[in-house]
Design a protein around this ligand. Structure first.
Ligand SMILES: O=C[C@H](O)[C@@H](O)CC(=O)C(=O)O
Ligand SMILES: [Zn+2]
Length: 280
């Protein structure tokens, strides 16, 4: 498993492009019949991807749970949120089957021993994008479709940031230990997400960008508001955002992204907003 340690904001100022990418960027999430997993020491969040094609793939495929987590199975002391960003597939969680269409989400509780992924059609595979956080108690495994998500329209086409924040794993929708997740879609002609920018010292975040059309990219902004850097993101890549970092992006076209947060609280609006004119 790929393990990333924590970086502080002072050292970060001196990082080269390659160093920024090595620390924060997550690529190759969807290798056929494999599980890609990146363990971050920032709030111990694990970001995973799985594209089952010919096999039913177990969540711990290629992961040594005892060595990496000191547990007998992946979700023994963790919770997880999973989105299918591909074609239809099935997730099985301790015998219960969940049919996962495009952009459906499943929250799976701590204590679930067996989790597997399969695609309905090998020629049109499902793509499961997931983020897992340490958990301290069982909650209810819950299927959440986009209709069930809390909708928060934001921004304006005039400022190129008209978008809808869909809060899937959110206290208004279901209970979790610390995980929050959702999907934000930009409208055609809108390219800026999360502007005005913010940080939240109480939570870290992982952004996963997708639906970026071919030959387009998203410039993901990072760093303290007064000392920004960027990472150029290709389609279906994720980026780790420590608590001290802004997380905002500008695309060469519109796109969609999934955000995941964990840390001290689950108060979505607990943000430290940065006036745009103060960014550097
Ligand atoms: O803390 C909240 C997260 O950064 C995202 O939900 C922000 C977002 O989707 C947006 O403004 O476009
Ligand atoms: Zn945020």
């Amino acid at each position: 498993m790929d393990i990333r340690y924590s970086v502080n904001q002072r050292d970060f100022k001196r990082y080269t492009t390659d160093e920024i990418r090595d620390e924060f960027l997550i690529t190759d999430l969807f290798k056929a019949d494999e599980v890609t997993a990146v363990y971050s020491h920032v709030d111990r969040m694990v970001t995973l991807g799985c594209m089952p094609v010919n096999e039913m793939v177990s969540i711990d495929k290629g992961i040594d749970c005892w060595k990496n987590f000191g547990t007998h199975y992946f979700l023994e002391r963790r919770e997880i949120g999973i989105f299918n960003i591909g074609e239809p597939g099935v997730i099985t969680a301790d015998g219960a089957e969940y049919k996962m269409g495009h952009e459906d989400c499943l929250y799976i509780t701590m204590g679930t021993k067996e989790v597997t992924f399969a695609s309905d059609d090998a020629a049109h595979p499902a793509k499961f994008y997931m983020v897992s956080a340490p958990a301290h108690k069982p909650c209810k495994t819950t299927f959440i479709s986009i209709q069930d998500a809390n909708k928060r329209p934001m921004g304006d086409l005039k400022t190129s940031n008209a978008r809808t924040i869909n809060q899937f794993i959110h206290p208004d929708v279901l209970e979790t230990c610390q995980l929050s997740m959702g999907l934000t879609r930009l409208e055609e002609g809108s390219v800026w997400n999360t502007m005005p920018a913010h940080t939240h010292e109480r939570r870290m975040e992982v952004y996963f960008y997708f639906d970026i059309p071919e030959d387009n990219v998203v410039f993901h902004m990072m760093g303290e508001g007064k000392e920004t850097r960027h990472i150029v993101m290709q389609n279906e890549e994720a980026v780790i955002s420590p608590s001290w970092s802004i997380h905002s992006g500008c695309g060469t076209s519109n796109y969609t992204f999934i955000w995941a947060m964990g840390g001290e609280n689950k108060a979505f609006d607990d943000m430290d907003n940065i006036p745009t004119a103060e960014l550097r």
